[in-house]
Design a protein around this ligand. Structure first.
Ligand SMILES: Cc1cc2nc3c(=O)[nH]c(=O)nc-3n(C[C@H](O)[C@H](O)[C@H](O)COP(=O)(O)O)c2cc1C
Length: 367
């Protein structure tokens, strides 16, 4: 039986050569101005030739206050976009992966040190900034955010749109809007972090309103042939928080707005979340969204075995399977998975003699 994981998948005008996705992973390796560095050339160049069908670049901030750390990438200036252009050019010239970007705003979880420095809050007197959120409630242990006013929300929406236009100008194929992990849009969605008493808070419809407005604004500016997806935290893993049923309702609203897929991640809102980890622990949420909302889903989270990824697609739980840590641990994952599943994945000619089929040499060619 031929592999479903390695079958092509179409999103609008974009044909992915297979359904293996490199999940967005923040590298905290930009300059202080939010520009790409040699690290990004190495990191993304390597992953672009990995055989994956889609490579989603890390969370890239739509404004300075939307970074997580002071070394996160930005797309709020043209110069930032230009710093990424050669990275994309390399990926496109040598890699088989289509290129996505995650547009993000860290909200109340921003202005922290890099993970390997301790991830503690840093104030505006150091390299940090005043964090913002849906309301003035802090993430435990972090700085108290400024609650965004209606005018500030409008300005920020324009920031998302400007970032999307820059992403188009430098050739990204796909945008993923980051609405997960306790970052800004997630803090509008979840009742655990949204205490607004205007039209953007309260019931589910009110809490979804701003993320849906941002989505619609990006959709209107992003070329019609290019796909736009959304990553959500499908559950808060906490009593009284966001649920799988809420995710279905959000996915239905996104579908009506022209969304092409929903990525089912989870958690990140509550410090005391009761998360249950294990292989494929978020897959049931992807399956629920796909089944109940009719929205193509991207599964992610501790999916490390080729047969597991294959089964997720084959069973109709998700159309695409993303790997994060498994990809940096083994950037050749897709090559090996293709081999294991009897399929083929893009392989750069420079490495052709390393392919398992060529180990004993190509009998047709002289050594
Ligand atoms: C170093 C690192 C950075 C990450 N940065 C992001 C990010 O920028 N955006 C995002 O949505 N998820 C981010 N994640 C989460 C991953 O995309 C992925 O969802 C998570 O690691 C679970 O998948 P895995 O078990 O395959 O690693 C990050 C994870 C890691 C390990």
């Amino acid at each position: 039986m031929s592999s479903q994981l390695f079958s092509p998948y179409r999103l609008r005008g974009l044909e992915l050569p297979n359904r293996v996705v490199v999940s967005p992973m923040a590298q905290y390796s930009a300059t202080a101005a939010g520009h790409a560095t040699a690290w990004h050339h190495m990191h993304y160049g390597n992953l672009a030739v990995s055989g994956a069908g889609l490579l989603i670049f890390e969370a890239i901030a739509v404004e300075a206050a939307g970074r997580v750390s002071a070394r996160c990438l930005g797309l709020w200036t043209d110069a930032q976009a230009e710093s990424l252009r050669p990275v994309l050019e390399f990926c496109r010239q040598h890699g088989g992966a289509k290129l996505g970007v995650q547009l993000a705003h860290s909200g109340r979880k921003g202005s922290v040190q890099r993970p390997w420095e301790g991830q503690n809050s840093i104030g505006p007197d150091e390299e940090g900034w005043q964090v913002v959120s849906s309301c003035a409630e802090a993430y435990p242990g972090r700085a108290t955010p400024h609650a965004l006013s209606l005018a500030e929300m409008q300005a920020l929406k324009a920031g998302y749109v400007a970032a999307a236009r820059r992403a188009d100008a430098i050739g990204f194929d796909l945008i993923e809007l980051h609405a997960a992990h306790g970052y800004l849009l997630n803090c509008f969605l979840t009742p655990l972090a949204n205490r607004r008493n205007d039209a953007y808070g309260g019931d589910l419809a009110g809490r979804m309103r701003y993320p849906l407005e941002v989505f619609a604004a990006i959709r209107a500016a992003w070329p019609a042939h290019k796909p736009l997806g959304v990553r959500i935290s499908a559950t808060d893993w906490k009593e009284g928080g966001w649920t799988g049923a809420d995710s279905v309702a959000f996915a239905q609203a996104l579908k009506a707005a022209g969304c092409d897929y929903v990525g089912a991640s989870s958690g990140g809102v509550a410090a005391d979340q009761q998360i249950v980890l294990g292989p494929g622990y978020q897959v049931p949420y992807a399956a629920q969204v796909q089944r109940e909302a009719g929205m193509p889903a991207m599964a992610v989270g501790m999916i490390n075995e080729p047969e597991h990824a294959e089964a997720i697609v084959r069973n109709g739980e998700a159309e695409m399977v993303a790997l994060g840590r498994g990809m940096t641990w083994n950037p050749r994952w897709a090559w090996h998975a293709a081999d294991a599943l009897g399929a083929k994945a893009a392989f750069p000619p420079q490495y052709a003699r390393s392919h398992s089929s060529m180990r004993y040499g190509d009998p047709a060619k002289p050594r």
